[in-house]
Every structure is written in C-alpha cells, then in structure tokens.
Design a binder for this molecule. Structure first.
Ligand code: FES
Length: 80
C-alpha cells in the first residue's frame, strides 16, 4: 500500500459522547477526520472511535500507525 502522506500527527480536542471518524484513506478534505465522501473510491472505510473524557489527542496523519487513530511515531520512520 502506498503511503497517502508522511505528515506528522495533528492535535485535536475530543468530547465524550460523540463518535469520531478517523480518515484511513488519506484523501479527506477534513484531516485527520473523515469527510464521509473522499474514501468512496479508495476501498478504505474510516475508523470510528470515541473517548470517555474530554481531552486533546494527537491523531495519526501518515495512516501507518499501529495504534489507530492515535499517533505512535511511525511517521518518523517513513521516507519523505
Ligand atoms: S475520507 Fe478518508 S476514510 Fe473517509
């Protein structure tokens, strides 16, 4: 699979009680979250997730993390 991006993570504040959709395809216009449209021809589906407390997190932008949707530092090992 080709890397959609080698960008570092993006910080976002999340609220409990909401369901978020992390973009897995790399094509979303609202990164790092899915725009519910751009993945349709890619074969990818977004990763749905939620949090139990309000908090800021770093969401993966390179789409290669092993702990999706959160950054695990993998972007530092990818070729730019
Ligand atoms: S736009 Fe990328 S997974 Fe939905």
């Amino acid at each position: 699979m080709e890397n959609p991006t080698t960008s570092g993570p993006r910080e976002i504040e999340l609220e409990p009680g909401k369901t978020y959709s992390w973009c897995r395809c790399g094509q979303s216009k609202t990164q790092p979250l899915c725009d519910e449209v751009s993945h349709k021809a890619t074969g990818f589906e977004p990763r749905r997730f939620s949090v139990s407390t309000k908090r800021k997190v770093w969401l993966c932008m390179c789409k290669q993390t092993k702990s999706a949707p959160y950054c695990d530092g993998t972007h530092n090992t990818l070729k730019k």
